[in-house]
Every structure is written in structure tokens, then in C-alpha cells.
Design a protein around this ligand. Structure first.
Ligand code: 26Q
Length: 822
């Protein structure tokens, strides 16, 4: 065991208040803010008061950061995202400010347990999954690396739905995170702006008589009200702002007076405004295509742009310097309409001509693509777009004319390629392609892993990439090590600190020093003990919530993510069934005890995803009750997977399942969180798995299956899953069991279609990868049974994951895209 090598942190630590001071502040907040006496305070009251105390201590830094940026005229980054999956914030703030232990002691002196009240904080689920969580990690990293940044989004009253499992089926319930108020947010009425919809466009002659000007006369107007949440960086270095917009009727009282006698009509107006920030669309692919979604996209894009433009004008008095002072980032195409909105503000409101406006726009915007799935690419029917945003439709046409002219002039494209470059899809129904709009309106278009960026260039954006060959670039995703190691895994953090000192708190690459300890038997044992304690915590949660008893010495194998066919939870479940068969037919063999955990939400309208949840639960019921498997295999579906549950499950994982069909997962970020917490990955060469494998080394990861190229090849050369299944007895047997109702005796036909699709089509190559997957799982067993080897690999994963910090990702964005060198 190496001795601790305490080292100086890179940034000076904050002054940490003593527990007695904090305790006094908490009691004071309780009394004077909430009107409560400590003697009658509930746990929720203690939570609110604790947040208020820490929040107060953030405010000075918040004001200082804003003032410093105003004074210095620094370029600011504006991150536009329809999702910010921030989860709970209290621990984040305590931990980043270095207050955790002082707060624990302060609360303890008042008879309150920090960990207990922390779990009462609602989990702010303002996002679907990876894209939303990435935005949250980026916000924290931007504050940490001292980058002036604002996040802009929507303050949904109902975030991602709460999932209950009833008789094995997913049931969606509304998520009401704001019910008890939100002590983190500040309402900024003075920062409200008016947003228009519909109406008509007048063309007039400009004041100087030189040009045609357009005036949009919206038929409907609503108010966007700002709510600000401070975002604290590591060691409190900088405090940035997350500004979320809420929809309000402009003047409900006046409106009611106007509509005297027509109360329902008056309410309709008010409801239309409220609806804009009522609910997050719970679909992470196959866009709903509903009018309300486009209204939300425009609402928050327009409100954010007004804010950005107002801030710029008030300081610089003009807009031509906007690209030097503002970098506006589009998190996927959801805010792509902002491109047309900025053009409108520049031309119609500020009298700038098209060419100059287009130049400013392109130099200001950058766009990140997060998916290649054709069904997830956003497009809106022209008639709908035109009715809701008539002026923007004209601007889209004008941009399109310019782009198509450039394409034709380049002489590189035939008519078919030109039609793919067009912002308007002309097939059956005319639609506005938001990906193309975001692409042409930005100076940078990035993918989120090396493989994904390569595929972007070869597939969806092949023609646009040929036209603008320097625009596409890669920025491999990352995760914040503060939340995803320091906070969620205090055991591992303490162990690492004891072994290599605390330099990794400030520089995560310093975890490298753990590498040599992989060979140290005593360290491996301590590492295993930390993992064991985390597993016991998870086992206790499963026992209370689900009444299933788990053995913490079994291999904990976890797949937690949105339920999607391309992510192939089905492959994992089928393998569980095959293993179940094997254990029963060969009870004499030396089987490895394993628990397969699943967690994740299905989009409410996604039939197969919901059926896969039911299948996981049906299979769990049969296997967990069967005495003949002697507890060697357990299957658990943990309901309502969210950020907080991730924070508890990831540190308890031995094996991380990242088994998407190669070429389909843009990056993945859960894969990074698991590896950083010492789980080994079983995965395909997809998304960021490729780069994880390069960093941890191929001896420390279990890679299997078809590559992206092989998937493409198979699909184009007559893939025959039926023949394949018939030649794979274990797979055929498992499928026969599922299909014939062994796991669904109450409805034997339940999984017939799900299985028959695997025989007939199998788009996601479950059958093609089954053998390789099952065989690799048996090598996982073999390594698991050689415990020193397993933990050596796990330690190497922790040691080598520093590169996947979102601090590194943000530095790359800042240097290469935003032009704010750090
Ligand atoms: C679009 C239009 C209408 C309604 C909903 C949507 C919608 C909403 C969310 C479409 C897509 C999403 C979310 C996508 C997402 O989370 N993608 C993931 O992004 C991660 C961060 O880059 C990657 O790691 C994942 O690979 C990718 O799947």
C-alpha cells in the first residue's frame, strides 16, 4: 500500500464556515424566511432552510461573476437546450463549495441527518436522457473551467414523467417537482419578453426608401418570464446562470375584462400561454410532430435571443459585433428555429441587409447533432410552420435560395444531391428540415464521438459536408467527475485520496496514479470492499422497494438507460433466458452468481419499448421464484430510473451493459460514468465505447459483436435472421420459450410479434450478435472468478477515464468552436 501523498489543490480552497455558524444560519432561515420554529420544523423545512443558507453564500460569487463579465466585456457562451437534466442540486452545491462536512456537522448539531433530508429534494427531471444530462454536466463544467456561460431552456412544470410498474407494465404519472416550491430559483419579472405566434407579414419600404422591410404582425402574444438558477463550479470558482423560461398570459386580468361574459374564452388564452411551459415531451426519438412542440421550440429560442440581443445592444449599441461577444450553441435541432429568429431580428428590427445578417448569424451559431436515427431527425410540415411563424418561413426560403445557389455554383452536385441539401423536403408532404437549417446557419457542426462524427459525414450530412467541408468536427462527450465520482461515490473517492492524495479533485487526469495500484493486492482488497459497500446499499434499496433479496457477492450487471430497440435491452433479456435454461440443464456446472439489473423509461407511445419493460418484469418473476436456479441468477427491473437512482446504482455496478447496435448510439455517457466508478464494460464498438476501449485498453473491456461497417454490410446484403436463429440452438430455445408464453402464461401470445420480428427482420441485429454476446458473457464470468484480475481491470478503468471529464470536452468546445480560448 502506497502512502498518501497530499498535494496542494490547484485553486485555493474556499473559506469554509464552521458548523456552529452554519447551524445558526439554518435556524435563522427557518425562522425568518419560512416562519418556522426549530421545534416544529419538518424534514422538508430543514431541507429548504439548508438550501437557503448555501444559496445565500453562492449569491455573492454569482453577482461577482456577472459583474466581472460585464466589466471585462468577455465573450459569453449561450447554451440553448430544450432539456437540462440537473437532478438534485443541494449536494452539488455543498460539495462544490467544500461545505459538505461542515453542513453535515451543522445539521447533526440540530438533530438532523444530512443524507436523510438530501433524499427529500425533488429530482429536477427537465430532460429525457443523455442529451439533457449532457447539458447539465456542461453547465457545471463551464462554471468550473471559468467560462462565462448562460444556459437557456424551459421551466417545465411537469418534467419527465414518474414511472410506476404495475403488474409489470410501465404506468406514467405526472412529475410535480415544483409542488413544494423551488428554493433554488429566482423569478426575474423584469427579464420578461413578449413572444408572438401566427398572424401576417407586411412588406413596407424602409425609412430611407432604399429597401423593402418586413413587419411581422403576430396574431397571438404571450409572455416569457425568466427564472434563474445559479450554477456553481468546483470550489465555487465561478457561478453561472441557468435561465429557464415560463409561459404567462400577457394580461390575464385585462383579458378577462375584455372577455366579460366569455370566461372560457379568456381562460383559453391563459391556458395557451401556460401550456408552453407545462410539460416536457417524453420522447427521445420519433419526434411527436405536434404543434405544441414547435411552439415550445420557438418560445424559448425567441425569448433567449431577445435576452442575448438586449444584453449586447445595451453594452455595445449595435449588433455587428455580436459574433465577437456571443457564441450561441444549439443543443441538437430543438432550438434550430433560433437561426431564423436571429435573421429576423437583424433584418426586420435592426435594418441589417440579408448578406450581412447571414454572415453575423453563421459566425454566432454552432450546432451539435446527437442522433443519426432517421426517425429522430426533426422536420416540420411547411403549412404548420407557415401558419405559426409566417415571417420565419419566408426567411427559411431566403436562406434556402442562398444555400442552393452556393451548391449549384460549386458544380459538385446533381439534382438528387441538391434536393438533399435543400432546407425543404419535397417528397410527399413539404417539410422544413431542422437539421439542414441548423447546419447551414452555423459555422461549426459537431458530433459527440469520433465514430458518430465520421458517420455524420458519410450519411445524414454527406452532401452538406461536401458543400462545406470544414464545418463538421468532433467533440467527444464527457461527464462531470464532481457529480459522477466525488459526490456519488464517497467511498471510492476517499480510497483514492488515501492512496494518491487529492490532486485528482482539481485535475481528474491525476487518477492515472492509481494505475500502478492495480498490481497492489492490499489496494485491490480495499477497492473491492468499497464496491461491496456500494452494492450492499443498492441491495438494501431493492429489498425495500421491490421485496427482492440479493446477494451482494454476486456479479452486479446493470443496464440503465432509456428503453429503445437500438439499445438492445432485448438482447440482454434473451441472454438471461438462455442462461436460465443453461443453469437448469447443467446444474452441475460452476455457474457464476449474477444479478441483472434493468432500469429506464419508455416513451409513452413506443409500443415495443413498453413491451420490453413488461418482458423484463415477466422474466424476472419466473426466474427469481425458481428454486432450481438456486439464486445463481436474479433479474431486477428498478422502477423510475432517474439521475438520483443513477447516482446510487452506478457506484454499485460490476458490469456495465453498453450493447447498442453498432452505428446507432451517438455516444453514450452512462458508459463513461460506469467505467469511472470501476465497472467493467461489456459493449459493442459503438459511440464513445470505441474511445473508452482505446483509453482503458482492450484487455480491460469486453468488446463483442458486429462493427458499424459490418452492420451496414449485412443490412444491404440480404441479412437472413431466420436461418441464423435456426442454427443457434440456445437462441432458438430462448426465443421459443418467450414466444410460447413460458413467461406470460396469463397471455401466451403477448411476445409473439416481438419474437417473430426477430425472425423476419431483426433490424437491430439481435440475432446476429447473440452468439458473440453470450460467449463474451461467459468470459466475463471467467474473469470475475479470478478476483485479483477483475479488480485490477476495474482499477485500471478508474485510473484511465480522466479524459472523459466534461471539463476536457468544454475546453475543446471553447477553443475550437466558441473561440473563447481557455
Ligand atoms: C425531438 C422532437 C420532438 C420531441 C422530442 C424530440 C427529442 C427529444 C430528446 C429528440 C431527441 C431527444 C434526445 C436525444 C438524446 O438524448 N440523445 C443522446 O444524446 C447523448 C448526448 O450526446 C448521447 O450520448 C446519446 O448517444 C444520444 O442517444
Amino acid at each position: 500500500m502506497s502512502s498518501a501523498t497530499p498535494s496542494e489543490p490547484l485553486k485555493p480552497p474556499l473559506e469554509i464556515p464552521d458548523p456552529a455558524t452554519l447551524a445558526a444560519e439554518i435556524v435563522k432561515a427557518l425562522k425568518y424566511r419560512d416562519g418556522k420554529d426549530a421545534a416544529v420544523a419538518t424534514k422538508d423545512d430543514w431541507l429548504t432552510a439548508s438550501i437557503q443558507v448555501v444559496r445565500d453564500r453562492i449569491i455573492d460569487g454569482w453577482i461577482a461573476s456577472t459583474k466581472q463579465d460585464d466589466d471585462s466585456g468577455a465573450k459569453r457562451v449561450y447554451y440553448l437546450s430544450l432539456e437540462f437534466l440537473i437532478g438534485r442540486l443541494m449536494r452539488d452545491a455543498f460539495s462544490n463549495l467544500g461545505f459538505m462536512e461542515a453542513m453535515r456537522a451543522a445539521l447533526g448539531s440540530l438533530g438532523v441527518e444530512l443524507d436523510e433530508i438530501a433524499t427529500l429534494e425533488p429530482d429536477a427531471a427537465l430532460g429525457n436522457g443523455g442529451l439533457g444530462r449532457l447539458a447539465a454536466c456542461f453547465m457545471e463544467s463551464m462554471a468550473t473551467v471559468d467560462l462565462p456561460a448562460h444556459g437557456y431552456g424551459i421551466r417545465y412544470v411537469n418534467g419527465m414523467f414518474r414511472q410506476e410498474i404495475s403488474d409489470g407494465w410501465q404506468v406514467e404519472l405526472p412529475e410535480t417537482w415544483l409542488d413544494h416550491g423551488n428554493p433554488w430559483e429566482f423569478e426575474r419579472r423584469e427579464r420578461s419578453s413578449e413572444i408572438g405566434f401566427g398572424g401576417s407579414v407586411d412588406a413596407i419600404v424602409s425609412a430611407d426608401g432604399q429597401r423593402e422591410q418586413h413587419v411581422w404582425k403576430p396574431q397571438e402574444r404571450v409572455l416569457a418570464v425568466a427564472y434563474d438558477t445559479p450554477v456553481v463550479g468546483w470550489r465555487g470558482s465561478r457561478v453561472n446562470t441557468l435561465r429557464l423560461w415560463s409561459g404567462m398570459p400577457i394580461d390575464p386580468i385585462l383579458l378577462e375584462a375584455f372577455n366579460a361574459g366569455d370566461h372560457i374564452g379568456a381562460l383559453r388564452e391563459s391556458n395557451r400561454a401556460d401550456a408552453l411551459s407545462r410539460v416536457l415531451y417524453p420522447a427521445d426519438s420519433s419526434p411527436a410532430g405536434q404543434e405544441l412542440r414547435l411552439r415550445q421550440e420557438y418560445f424559448f429560442s425567441a425569448a433567449s435571443l431577445q435576452d442575448i440581443v438586449r444584453r449586447h445592444i445595451s453594452r455595445y449599441g449595435e449588433l455587428r459585433s455580436l459574433p465577437d461577444k456571443a457564441a450561441i450553441h444549439l443543443n441538437d435541432t430543438h432550438p434550430a428555429v433560433a437561426v431564423a429568429e436571429l435573421m429576423r431580428l437583424l433584418m426586420d428590427v435592426h435594418g441589417i441587409d440579408f448578406d450581412a445578417a447571414w454572415d453575423i448569424t453563421k459566425r454566432t451559431f454552432a450546432y451539435t447533432n446527437h442522433t443519426l436515427l432517421p426517425e429522430a431527425l426533426e422536420s416540420w410540415p411547411v403549412p404548420l410552420f407557415e401558419r405559426l411563424l409566417p415571417r420565419h418561413m419566408q426567411i427559411v426560403y431566403a436562406i434556402n435560395a442562398q444555400v442552393l445557389l452556393e451548391a449549384r455554383m460549386s458544380g459538385q452536385f446533381d439534382d438528387c444531391q441538391i434536393s438533399r441539401i435543400s432546407l425543404i423536403e419535397e417528397n410527399s408532404e413539404r417539410r422544413v428540415r431542422m437539421g439542414n437549417l441548423a447546419f447551414v446557419g452555423s459555422h461549426s457542426v459537431n458530433g459527440v464521438s469520433a465514430l458518430h462524427t465520421q458517420l455524420m459525414k458519410e450519411t445524414v450530412f454527406a452532401d452538406l459536408h461536401r458543400l462545406y467541408p470544414t464545418r463538421v468536427n468532433n467533440k467527444t462527450n464527457g461527464i462531470t467527475p464532481r457529480r459522477w465520482l466525488l459526490q456519488c461515490n464517497p467511498g471510492l473517492t476517499a480510497l483514492a485520496r488515501e492512496a494518491i492524495g487529492d490532486r485528482f479533485f482539481d485535475d481528474i487526469d491525476a487518477l492515472r496514479e492509481l494505475d500502478r495500484l492495480a498490481e497492489d493486492a492490499a489496494f485491490r482488497e480495499k477497492f473491492a470492499a468499497v464496491k461491496r459497500a456500494n452494492k450492499e446499499r443498492l441491495a438494501a434499496l431493492v429489498a425495500t422497494r421491490l421485496g427482492v433479496r440479493l446477494d451482494p457477492s454476486a456479479l452486479f450487471d446493470i443496464q440503465i438507460k432509456r428503453i429503445h430497440e437500438y439499445k438492445r435491452q432485448l438482447l440482454n433479456i434473451i441472454e438471461a433466458v438462455a442462461l436460465y435454461d443453461q443453469i437448469r440443464s447443467h446444474p452441475e456446472r460452476d455457474w457464476t452468481a449474477r444479478v441483472k439489473f434493468f432500469g429506464g423509461k419508455a416513451a409513452p407511445g413506443y409500443h415495443n419499448a413498453k413491451l420490453i419493460i413488461k418482458l423484463a418484469n415477466d422474466v424476472a418473476k419466473v426466474i427469481n421464484r425458481d428454486p432450481s436456479v438456486r439464486g445463481l441468477l436474479k433479474v431486477v427491473f428498478v422502477p423510475n430510473y432517474n439521475v438520483s437512482l443513477a447516482e446510487m446504482m452506478i457506484p454499485a455496478a460490476d458490469l456495465s451493459e453498453q450493447i447498442s447496435t453498432a452505428g446507432m448510439e451517438a455516444s453514450g455517457t452512462g458508459n463513461m460514468k460506469f467505467a469511472l466508478n470501476g465497472a467493467l464494460t461489456i459493449g459493442t464498438l459503438d459511440g464513445a465505447n470505441v474511445e473508452i476501449s482505446e483509453h482503458v485498453g482492450d484487455d480491460n473491456i469486453f468488446i463483442f459483436g458486429l462493427t458499424a461497417d459490418e452492420v451496414t454490410q449485412r443490412r444491404s446484403s440480404g441479412y437472413n435472421p431466420r436461418a441464423l436463429i435456426e442454427n443457434t440452438p440456445e437462441l432458438a430455445q430462448a426465443l421459443a420459450a418467450i414466444s410460447s408464453g413460458v413467461f406470460s402464461p396469463d397471455d401466451p401470445a403477448r411476445y409473439r410479434d416481438l419474437v417473430s420480428d426477430l425472425y423476419d427482420r431483426d433490424w437491430f441485429m439481435v440475432a446476429a450478435d447473440f452468439d458473440a454476446y453470450a460467449a463474451t458473457q461467459r468470459s466475463v464470468d471467467a474473469v470475475w472468478n479470478d478476483s485479483p484480475d477483475w479488480y485490477a481491470k476495474a482499477i485500471r478503468n478508474v485510473a484511465r477515464m480522466g479524459w472523459f471529464s466534461s471539463d476536457r470536452t468544454i475546453r475543446e468546445y471553447a477553443n475550437d468552436i466558441w473561440n473563447v480560448p481557455l
